[in-house]
Write a protein that binds this ligand. Structure first.
Ligand SMILES: C[S@@+](CC[C@H](N)C(=O)[O-])C[C@H]1O[C@@H](n2cnc3c(N)ncnc32)[C@H](O)[C@@H]1O
Length: 283
Protein backbone atom coordinates (compact mmCIF):
# COMPACT_ATOMS: atom_id res chain seq x y z
CA UNK A 1 0.00 0.00 0.00
CA UNK A 2 1.17 3.54 -0.63
CA UNK A 3 2.41 4.89 2.71
CA UNK A 4 1.08 8.35 1.91
CA UNK A 5 -2.46 7.02 1.36
CA UNK A 6 -2.33 4.80 4.42
CA UNK A 7 -1.36 7.79 6.58
CA UNK A 8 -3.97 10.09 5.05
CA UNK A 9 -6.77 7.55 5.66
CA UNK A 10 -5.63 7.01 9.25
CA UNK A 11 -5.40 10.74 9.98
CA UNK A 12 -8.90 11.20 8.57
CA UNK A 13 -10.26 8.41 10.79
CA UNK A 14 -8.56 9.85 13.90
CA UNK A 15 -9.83 13.36 13.15
CA UNK A 16 -13.39 12.01 12.82
CA UNK A 17 -12.99 10.34 16.21
CA UNK A 18 -12.06 13.66 17.83
CA UNK A 19 -8.34 12.95 18.35
CA UNK A 20 -6.59 16.30 18.90
CA UNK A 21 -3.47 15.71 16.74
CA UNK A 22 -4.55 13.18 14.05
CA UNK A 23 -1.63 13.56 11.57
CA UNK A 24 1.01 13.40 14.29
CA UNK A 25 -0.59 10.36 15.94
CA UNK A 26 -0.96 8.50 12.62
CA UNK A 27 2.70 9.06 11.79
CA UNK A 28 3.82 8.11 15.31
CA UNK A 29 1.84 4.86 15.19
CA UNK A 30 3.15 3.87 11.74
CA UNK A 31 6.72 4.66 12.79
CA UNK A 32 6.14 2.48 15.89
CA UNK A 33 4.86 -0.45 13.80
CA UNK A 34 7.75 -0.19 11.35
CA UNK A 35 10.38 0.29 14.08
CA UNK A 36 11.47 3.61 12.61
CA UNK A 37 11.12 7.34 13.30
CA UNK A 38 8.53 9.83 12.00
CA UNK A 39 11.02 11.71 9.75
CA UNK A 40 12.17 8.41 8.20
CA UNK A 41 8.60 7.66 7.05
CA UNK A 42 9.11 10.16 4.22
CA UNK A 43 11.57 7.70 2.66
CA UNK A 44 9.03 4.83 2.55
CA UNK A 45 6.84 4.89 -0.56
CA UNK A 46 5.18 1.55 0.20
CA UNK A 47 4.09 -0.24 3.40
CA UNK A 48 3.71 -4.04 3.28
CA UNK A 49 0.37 -5.79 3.99
CA UNK A 50 1.40 -7.16 7.40
CA UNK A 51 2.58 -3.83 8.85
CA UNK A 52 -0.41 -2.06 7.26
CA UNK A 53 -2.81 -4.42 9.08
CA UNK A 54 -0.96 -3.97 12.38
CA UNK A 55 -1.07 -0.19 11.87
CA UNK A 56 -4.81 -0.22 11.12
CA UNK A 57 -5.45 -2.19 14.32
CA UNK A 58 -3.59 0.47 16.34
CA UNK A 59 -5.41 3.28 14.54
CA UNK A 60 -8.73 1.66 15.49
CA UNK A 61 -7.65 1.60 19.17
CA UNK A 62 -6.49 5.22 18.97
CA UNK A 63 -9.83 6.16 17.37
CA UNK A 64 -11.48 4.58 20.43
CA UNK A 65 -9.37 7.15 22.38
CA UNK A 66 -6.74 4.86 23.92
CA UNK A 67 -3.79 7.18 24.71
CA UNK A 68 -1.13 7.26 22.01
CA UNK A 69 1.56 6.52 24.60
CA UNK A 70 -0.24 3.36 25.76
CA UNK A 71 -0.16 2.10 22.18
CA UNK A 72 3.54 2.82 21.68
CA UNK A 73 4.40 1.90 25.32
CA UNK A 74 6.51 4.97 25.81
CA UNK A 75 6.26 8.68 26.70
CA UNK A 76 8.94 11.30 26.05
CA UNK A 77 9.56 13.75 28.92
CA UNK A 78 12.37 16.33 28.64
CA UNK A 79 15.50 14.21 27.99
CA UNK A 80 14.09 10.84 29.09
CA UNK A 81 11.73 8.16 27.76
CA UNK A 82 9.37 6.51 30.24
CA UNK A 83 7.69 3.14 29.85
CA UNK A 84 3.94 3.65 30.33
CA UNK A 85 0.76 1.64 29.94
CA UNK A 86 -2.44 0.75 31.79
CA UNK A 87 -2.21 1.63 35.48
CA UNK A 88 0.02 4.69 35.29
CA UNK A 89 -0.54 8.38 34.52
CA UNK A 90 1.00 9.42 31.18
CA UNK A 91 3.44 12.30 31.86
CA UNK A 92 2.37 15.53 30.14
CA UNK A 93 4.46 18.19 28.35
CA UNK A 94 3.11 20.93 30.66
CA UNK A 95 4.85 19.23 33.62
CA UNK A 96 8.24 19.68 31.92
CA UNK A 97 8.37 23.32 33.07
CA UNK A 98 7.90 22.27 36.71
CA UNK A 99 10.68 19.69 36.23
CA UNK A 100 12.92 22.47 34.88
CA UNK A 101 12.19 24.60 37.94
CA UNK A 102 13.14 21.71 40.30
CA UNK A 103 16.31 21.04 38.29
CA UNK A 104 17.35 24.71 38.50
CA UNK A 105 16.75 24.80 42.28
CA UNK A 106 18.78 21.61 42.77
CA UNK A 107 21.60 23.12 40.66
CA UNK A 108 21.51 26.26 42.87
CA UNK A 109 22.22 24.07 45.92
CA UNK A 110 25.01 22.24 44.10
CA UNK A 111 26.54 25.60 43.08
CA UNK A 112 26.52 26.55 46.78
CA UNK A 113 28.77 23.53 47.48
CA UNK A 114 26.22 21.09 48.91
CA UNK A 115 24.70 17.88 47.52
CA UNK A 116 20.99 18.69 46.99
CA UNK A 117 18.31 16.46 48.47
CA UNK A 118 15.22 16.33 46.23
CA UNK A 119 11.92 14.55 46.90
CA UNK A 120 9.26 13.79 44.26
CA UNK A 121 5.96 13.11 45.99
CA UNK A 122 3.32 11.36 43.79
CA UNK A 123 5.92 10.10 41.29
CA UNK A 124 3.63 8.05 38.98
CA UNK A 125 5.86 6.82 36.11
CA UNK A 126 8.83 8.51 37.82
CA UNK A 127 9.00 11.35 35.25
CA UNK A 128 9.97 14.19 37.61
CA UNK A 129 12.39 12.14 39.75
CA UNK A 130 14.11 10.64 36.69
CA UNK A 131 14.51 14.07 35.04
CA UNK A 132 16.11 15.55 38.16
CA UNK A 133 18.42 12.54 38.60
CA UNK A 134 19.42 12.63 34.91
CA UNK A 135 19.97 16.38 34.65
CA UNK A 136 21.51 16.94 38.10
CA UNK A 137 23.83 13.95 38.55
CA UNK A 138 25.04 15.26 41.92
CA UNK A 139 21.57 15.20 43.52
CA UNK A 140 20.16 12.69 46.01
CA UNK A 141 16.68 12.01 44.62
CA UNK A 142 13.86 10.23 46.47
CA UNK A 143 10.37 9.40 45.17
CA UNK A 144 7.15 7.94 46.54
CA UNK A 145 4.02 6.51 44.90
CA UNK A 146 0.88 5.18 46.60
CA UNK A 147 -0.76 3.18 43.81
CA UNK A 148 0.65 -0.34 43.48
CA UNK A 149 0.47 -0.58 39.68
CA UNK A 150 1.90 2.92 39.17
CA UNK A 151 4.66 2.04 41.64
CA UNK A 152 5.50 -0.97 39.44
CA UNK A 153 5.98 1.30 36.40
CA UNK A 154 8.11 3.71 38.47
CA UNK A 155 10.25 0.79 39.65
CA UNK A 156 10.90 -0.14 36.04
CA UNK A 157 11.63 3.43 34.91
CA UNK A 158 13.81 4.37 37.88
CA UNK A 159 15.82 1.16 37.96
CA UNK A 160 19.54 1.97 37.69
CA UNK A 161 18.89 5.74 37.94
CA UNK A 162 20.05 6.10 41.55
CA UNK A 163 16.60 7.39 42.62
CA UNK A 164 15.41 5.90 45.90
CA UNK A 165 11.79 4.84 45.33
CA UNK A 166 9.29 4.04 48.08
CA UNK A 167 5.79 2.60 47.98
CA UNK A 168 3.32 4.43 50.23
CA UNK A 169 1.27 7.52 51.00
CA UNK A 170 3.03 10.89 50.77
CA UNK A 171 1.18 11.91 53.97
CA UNK A 172 3.61 10.00 56.19
CA UNK A 173 6.46 9.33 53.75
CA UNK A 174 10.14 10.03 54.39
CA UNK A 175 9.95 10.68 58.15
CA UNK A 176 13.69 9.93 58.14
CA UNK A 177 14.26 12.98 55.89
CA UNK A 178 12.28 15.48 58.01
CA UNK A 179 13.94 18.92 57.99
CA UNK A 180 16.71 17.90 55.56
CA UNK A 181 15.22 18.30 52.07
CA UNK A 182 16.19 21.15 49.72
CA UNK A 183 13.55 20.73 47.01
CA UNK A 184 10.11 19.08 47.15
CA UNK A 185 8.46 18.67 43.76
CA UNK A 186 5.04 17.22 43.11
CA UNK A 187 2.44 16.80 40.40
CA UNK A 188 -0.47 15.70 42.59
CA UNK A 189 -3.97 14.71 41.49
CA UNK A 190 -5.81 18.02 41.10
CA UNK A 191 -8.86 17.86 38.84
CA UNK A 192 -12.01 19.12 40.58
CA UNK A 193 -14.74 16.47 40.59
CA UNK A 194 -17.10 19.01 39.06
CA UNK A 195 -14.85 19.18 35.94
CA UNK A 196 -15.52 15.49 35.10
CA UNK A 197 -17.36 16.23 31.84
CA UNK A 198 -14.61 18.49 30.49
CA UNK A 199 -11.80 15.94 30.86
CA UNK A 200 -10.57 14.31 27.61
CA UNK A 201 -11.61 10.67 27.11
CA UNK A 202 -7.96 9.54 27.03
CA UNK A 203 -7.42 10.83 30.57
CA UNK A 204 -10.83 10.02 32.06
CA UNK A 205 -10.91 6.44 30.79
CA UNK A 206 -7.22 5.50 30.93
CA UNK A 207 -5.34 7.52 33.56
CA UNK A 208 -5.88 5.97 37.02
CA UNK A 209 -8.56 7.69 39.15
CA UNK A 210 -6.03 8.20 41.96
CA UNK A 211 -3.90 10.26 39.54
CA UNK A 212 -6.71 12.63 38.55
CA UNK A 213 -9.30 13.49 41.17
CA UNK A 214 -8.77 15.29 44.44
CA UNK A 215 -12.01 16.31 46.11
CA UNK A 216 -14.69 18.80 45.08
CA UNK A 217 -12.29 21.73 44.43
CA UNK A 218 -9.36 19.51 43.31
CA UNK A 219 -7.11 20.78 46.11
CA UNK A 220 -7.34 18.02 48.73
CA UNK A 221 -3.91 16.60 47.75
CA UNK A 222 -2.43 20.14 47.58
CA UNK A 223 -3.48 20.72 51.21
CA UNK A 224 -1.80 17.44 52.26
CA UNK A 225 1.27 18.30 50.20
CA UNK A 226 1.61 21.71 51.90
CA UNK A 227 1.88 20.01 55.29
CA UNK A 228 4.23 17.28 54.07
CA UNK A 229 6.55 19.79 52.36
CA UNK A 230 6.71 21.93 55.52
CA UNK A 231 7.75 18.82 57.48
CA UNK A 232 10.37 17.62 54.96
CA UNK A 233 12.08 20.87 53.96
CA UNK A 234 14.99 22.46 55.73
CA UNK A 235 14.40 26.15 56.58
CA UNK A 236 14.72 28.08 53.30
CA UNK A 237 13.98 24.93 51.24
CA UNK A 238 11.53 25.18 48.34
CA UNK A 239 8.44 23.36 47.09
CA UNK A 240 6.96 23.36 43.58
CA UNK A 241 3.56 21.80 42.83
CA UNK A 242 1.50 21.56 39.65
CA UNK A 243 -2.17 22.55 39.62
CA UNK A 244 -5.09 22.96 37.20
CA UNK A 245 -5.22 26.10 35.08
CA UNK A 246 -8.28 27.27 37.03
CA UNK A 247 -6.32 27.06 40.33
CA UNK A 248 -3.86 29.92 39.63
CA UNK A 249 -5.11 31.74 42.73
CA UNK A 250 -6.57 28.97 44.90
CA UNK A 251 -3.43 26.77 44.83
CA UNK A 252 -1.04 29.55 45.99
CA UNK A 253 -3.64 30.43 48.67
CA UNK A 254 -3.16 26.92 50.16
CA UNK A 255 0.43 27.97 50.92
CA UNK A 256 0.04 31.66 51.75
CA UNK A 257 -2.86 30.89 54.09
CA UNK A 258 -0.74 28.91 56.60
CA UNK A 259 1.87 31.58 57.43
CA UNK A 260 4.66 29.00 57.01
CA UNK A 261 5.87 30.18 53.59
CA UNK A 262 7.60 33.11 51.91
CA UNK A 263 7.97 33.87 48.16
CA UNK A 264 4.68 32.17 47.24
CA UNK A 265 4.49 32.53 43.43
CA UNK A 266 2.47 31.08 40.64
CA UNK A 267 4.02 30.12 37.27
CA UNK A 268 2.64 29.61 33.74
CA UNK A 269 3.20 26.68 31.39
CA UNK A 270 4.44 26.90 27.78
CA UNK A 271 0.89 27.61 26.61
CA UNK A 272 0.72 30.61 28.98
CA UNK A 273 -1.76 29.01 31.43
CA UNK A 274 -1.33 29.11 35.24
CA UNK A 275 0.33 25.74 35.98
CA UNK A 276 2.40 25.49 39.16
CA UNK A 277 2.95 27.17 42.50
CA UNK A 278 6.29 27.53 44.27
CA UNK A 279 7.04 28.61 47.84
CA UNK A 280 9.96 28.82 50.24
CA UNK A 281 9.77 27.51 53.81
CA UNK A 282 10.21 30.51 56.10
CA UNK A 283 13.43 30.46 58.10
C1 LIG B 1 -1.04 13.43 38.28
S1 LIG B 1 -0.17 11.94 38.61
C2 LIG B 1 1.50 12.54 38.38
C3 LIG B 1 2.50 11.47 38.10
C4 LIG B 1 3.90 12.01 37.74
N1 LIG B 1 4.50 12.75 38.83
C5 LIG B 1 3.84 12.87 36.50
O1 LIG B 1 3.98 14.10 36.61
O2 LIG B 1 3.64 12.34 35.40
C6 LIG B 1 -0.35 11.82 40.39
C7 LIG B 1 0.22 10.57 41.00
O3 LIG B 1 0.10 10.67 42.42
C8 LIG B 1 -0.23 9.40 42.96
N2 LIG B 1 -0.84 9.66 44.29
C9 LIG B 1 -2.08 10.12 44.56
N3 LIG B 1 -2.25 10.30 45.88
C10 LIG B 1 -1.06 9.96 46.46
C11 LIG B 1 -0.61 9.94 47.82
N4 LIG B 1 -1.40 10.30 48.83
N5 LIG B 1 0.67 9.55 48.06
C12 LIG B 1 1.49 9.18 47.03
N6 LIG B 1 1.11 9.16 45.73
C13 LIG B 1 -0.15 9.55 45.44
C14 LIG B 1 -1.16 8.82 41.92
O4 LIG B 1 -1.27 7.42 42.05
C15 LIG B 1 -0.47 9.27 40.63
O5 LIG B 1 0.47 8.32 40.20
Amino acid sequence: MLTRELLAAAAHRLAEAGVASPEFDARELLAHVLGTTRPQLALLDETGDGPARAFEALVARRAAREPLQHLTGSAAFRHVELAVGPGVFVPRPETEVLAGWAIDRARDVLAGGRRPVVVDLCTGSGALALSVATEVPGADVHAVELDERAHGWAERNLSGSGVELRHGDMTDAFGDLDGTVDVVVCNPPYIPLEAYESVAAEARDHDPDLALWSGQDGLDAMRVLEGVASRLLRPGGVVGAEHADVQGESAPAVFSGTGRWSDVRDHRDLAGRPRFVTARLAR
